[in-house]
Design a protein around this ligand. Structure first.
Ligand SMILES: [Zn+2]
Length: 580
């Protein structure tokens, strides 16, 4: 690693949320004369530190907004930044990209900067002025979709409910309640199906134009470059689809058969898939955010003193409400907090922040260890001077988090003293890690079809979707849809990524295979070997190409049949060992 000192070009106390403060620094970067490799390296480090300051300003505003949704000042501060500062940063950022790409061709800084320069040069190559207004229109269409979805309400049990609120009824042990809830949600979605299809028709056409403007035959080629998929091809994605079809679908069929038997049903209906098949109540792993933290700390203490130390540095989770007092956790669900969970690195101080809405459920345990995995990743890269290298591509970043879910399972007795609950939680984790793959394959294969057939009509699109459902059987594998078939061709409209983040999805599949690979290593070579590999790969951040990150963790960068077959076999063997 380069020994270059961290930049002092950016004042330590810079408030980078204000355009007045950052504009002169961005302009100075743009206009600075760079005459040799040494000056180029200093320029890169200064740029990195300036971007870290801007990124941290955005992070703090975002954290403030999501932790205090009732605070108008914070809502406005974040909106101001997004509407008034970020759009001004963008063109200067692009000017800096162009300058950097040109300098990279003049001065060779060696392998250390290869990834950084590769990424910058490729975004400069992709840029087209005529695509800027199209991207704006696409962002507007995406907002229109979100508005339609967000406004969907159903009347249920005498109350107006949002669709996320309706989700809990799918876990009800009363089959009649599940059916009624499922049908009212599907009916509500169907009402807007034409409007959503209209939005999507425009999106596909506009994305195709973006690709053609940039010199590509179709949006697939454009996206692979824009998403920096330099190390895999559409053909490798197809190999993933085939492996899922061949190896995971029979596993899912066995799970469904077992579910049917456990529930004592002749046929599984679409509303029979999320409930506990044995009719048990919800798992109760902890009581409150501070309890979640103390139990999770016990898990990490038993895994490794190093992980425990990193986790402990985030605090005890008691009384944290936002990041104002320097806290790194805000875990408890409370009024005035945005939904969901995330890990957000504050790039200048280089300290992560974990946000979630813990309500005492098992999924909160999964979220906690998942986000802790992301935080470990950030902390293992903390000494890396270049911000770009402190972040790994998503295909590997999610290995850090998903692997932590699996590697922590041996210690989940910290949450579950009762052996039946413990076995149930582990079973759910192992089954879920494979059962998620067919949906990923469906969404990915659908997108390949959509954008290689950009002039398709709505009927063709529905037919293509139904073909994939047949193949990967999301909720369709041995599930009886009679009487509700009309809802099947529009199931894809639920997947918001198709609208707001095209093609972004297979990353989770690639990462899940990596996470399972690390877990397998812990079974075969012992936990210390797995955690060593984990640390070795995470410490590289994003400084190396994807195959090298996987190799550092002793993982094959392969998502085809050989990898998938081996993993499915091992997960099934582990499931066998769990008590019923
Ligand atoms: Zn994640």
């Amino acid at each position: 690693m380069s020994q270059a000192a961290v930049s002092d070009f950016v004042p330590a106390d810079l408030d980078a949320s204000s355009w007045e403060n950052i504009e002169p620094l961005l302009v100075a970067m743009r206009d600075r004369g760079v005459e040799n490799a040494e000056e180029f390296e200093a320029w890169l480090l200064d740029r990195s530190e300036l971007e870290a300051a801007i990124s941290e300003a955005a992070a703090l505003l975002y954290i403030g907004m999501t932790c205090h949704t009732g605070d108008e000042g914070r809502q406005k501060a974040y909106a101001d930044f997004i509407e008034n500062v970020a759009p001004k940063v963008m063109p200067l950022g692009f000017a800096l990209d162009k300058k950097q790409a040109a300098l990279a061709k003049r001065f060779d800084l060696g392998d250390r900067y290869a990834i950084l320069n590769r990424d910058t040069i490729s975004s400069v190559e992709l840029f087209r002025d005529e695509n800027v207004p199209i991207q704006t229109e696409l962002a507007k269409l995406s907002t229109e979709y979100q508005t339609l979805i967000g406004a969907m309400m159903v009347e249920f049990e005498g109350e107006e409910k949002t669709l996320p609120q309706m989700g809990v009824y799918q876990e009800s042990t009363d089959r009649g309640v599940r059916e009624k809830a499922w049908k009212s949600v599907s009916e509500r979605r169907a009402k807007d199906a034409d409007a959503i299809s209209g939005i999507f028709d425009q999106m596909v056409a506009k994305r195709h134009s973006v690709a053609q403007n940039a010199g590509f035959d179709d949006y697939v080629g454009y996206t692979f470059k824009a998403m920096r998929r330099f190390d895999y091809t559409p053909e490798l994605c197809f190999a993933f689809h085939e492996a899922i079809e061949k190896r995971v679908m029979p596993f899912v069929a066995r799970l469904q058969a077992r579910r049917k038997k456990d529930m004592g049903l002749d046929a599984l209906r679409p509303w029979d898939l999320a409930v506990d098949p044995k009719g048990r109540g919800p798992l109760e792993p902890f009581d409150g955010g501070a309890d979640l933290v103390s139990k999770t700390r016990r898990v990490f203490e038993r895994m490794s003193p190093e992980l425990a130390g990193m986790f402990e540095s985030l605090g005890d989770g008691a009384n944290d409400q936002g990041a104002d007092g320097g806290a790194s956790l805000d875990l408890d669900s409370r009024k005035g907090k945005a939904p969901g969970g995330y890990q957000y690195m504050r790039d200048r101080m280089r300290v992560p922040f974990i946000f979630m809405n813990a309500a005492g459920q098992h999924r909160d345990v999964e979220t906690m260890v998942h986000e802790a995995g992301h935080a470990f990743h950030s902390m293992y890269c903390v000494d890396e001077p270049l911000m770009h290298y402190r972040e790994a591509p998503i295909e590997f970043a999610e290995v850090a988090s998903m692997a932590m879910e699996l590697l922590s399972t041996p210690y989940w007795d910290a949450y579950y003293e009762n052996t039946e609950s413990l076995a149930r939680a582990r079973r759910q984790q192992f089954e879920g890690s494979l059962a998620l793959l067919p949906w990923i394959a469906t969404i990915d294969a659908f997108q390949h079809w959509l954008y290689t057939n950009p002039t398709h009509g709505r009927d063709q699109r529905a037919a293509a979707w139904l073909d994939l459902e047949q193949r990967f059987g999301h909720q369709g594998y041995r599930v009886d849809w009679s009487g509700v078939e009309q809802y099947r061709p529009i199931v894809w409209q639920r997947q918001s990524h198709l609208f707001g983040h095209p093609f972004y999805y297979i990353e989770y599949g690639i990462a899940q295979l990596g996470a399972l690979g690390l877990w397998l290593k812990s079974l075969e070579k012992g936990e210390d070997a797995a955690l060593d590999a984990y640390k070795r790969a995470l410490s590289l951040g994003g400084s190396r190409p994807l195959p090298e990150l996987f190799a550092a963790a002793d993982l094959p960068f392969d998502f085809g049949d050989a990898t998938v077959a081996r993993l499915v076999e091992r997960v099934e063997a582990e499931l066998e060992k769990l008590p019923e």
